[in-house]
Design a protein around this ligand. Structure first.
Ligand SMILES: Nc1nc2c(ncn2[C@@H]2O[C@H](COP(=O)(O)OP(=O)(O)OP(=O)(O)O)[C@@H](O)[C@H]2O)c(=O)[nH]1
Ligand SMILES: [Mg+2]
Length: 238
């Protein structure tokens, strides 16, 4: 059994990230193991398709604040949830709620756990060859430049200790948030573990991440993070 410094087992928050995901939300809401968490919250990016109302009708709190950008939603999660462990789940169909217990187990002995589609045992239904190639290429660059010991630097299906995430001092961003977490966690030599996952096709709705734009934002991020080094460390949070 892992205990926090305060002497109790770590508390856990489930963070569901949505922006117009009514189809996936309806399909997946009953498959999520809520009882493993002390708190569940939806951080919504301003849905207009009933996503918000759907989760509220299920008794899940929806963060009232606007969260333009997926990266901003991650920051809002730290502010809204004070639990020890934060697990991020996107109900668009890509991620398998059955992996949640394995992620939670692994984080007890790690700082950050990423569900990998490309490591041993990982698979993906993504038919966009260029996107898969891009994800592999950017992961390889991340490994090379920042010594990240990961096979999937960008998958959003991940869990992290809240305190560790605060150490990363992340700025609000868009789809580069996961890459930035992986890079900064590597710079701080955090313990990163991966569990294998299968990525399914999205269920309805449309993709918000435009591959070309995301690729460009990764390149800019690599440059910024190279120049920044470890100067993001906020003494107040360490
Ligand atoms: N809160 C919040 N969530 C967002 C925002 N943009 C996207 N999301 C959610 O983040 C998750 C991932 O976004 P996607 O558009 O599916 O990105 P992707 O998984 O790379 O693309 P697909 O393969 O097409 O699914 C989904 O659940 C989105 O609804 C945002 O601005 N705010
Ligand atoms: Mg998706």
């Amino acid at each position: 059994m892992v205990f926090t410094k305060r002497g109790h087992p770590p508390t856990k928050a489930l963070i569901i990230l949505t922006f117009n995901e009514i189809h996936g939300s309806r399909a997946l809401a009953d498959k999520i193991p809520y009882t493993l968490f002390d708190n569940s919250i939806v951080i919504d990016g301003g849905s207009t398709d009933g996503t918000r109302e759907f989760w509220e009708s299920r008794g899940i709190r929806v963060a009232q604040r606007r969260s333009p950008g997926r990266g901003s939603a991650f920051i809002i999660a730290i502010e809204e949830c004070k639990e020890d462990i934060l697990l991020f789940f996107s109900p668009d169909g890509n991620e398998d709620p059955n992996d949640i217990p394995r992620l939670l187990d692994a984080v007890l002995t790690s700082d950050l756990v990423i569900a990998t589609r490309f490591g041993k045992g990982g698979t993906s239904d993504d038919a966009e060859v260029l996107r898969t190639f891009g994800n592999l290429l950017f992961t390889a660059i991340c490994r090379l430049l920042f010594r990240a010991k990961v096979t999937d630097a960008v998958n959003g299906f991940r869990t992290i200790w809240r305190k560790r995430m605060m150490n990363l001092n992340l700025p609000p961003s868009r789809f580069e948030i996961e890459m930035q977490i992986t890079i900064r966690a590597s710079k701080l030599n955090m313990r990163i573990t991966e569990i294998s996952t299968h990525e399914f096709k999205r269920i309805g709705g449309v993709s918000k991440a435009k591959s070309f734009d995301v690729g460009l934002s990764y390149l800019k991020l690599f440059l910024d993070e190279l120049l920044l080094g470890r100067r993001f460390i906020n003494k107040a949070h360490t």
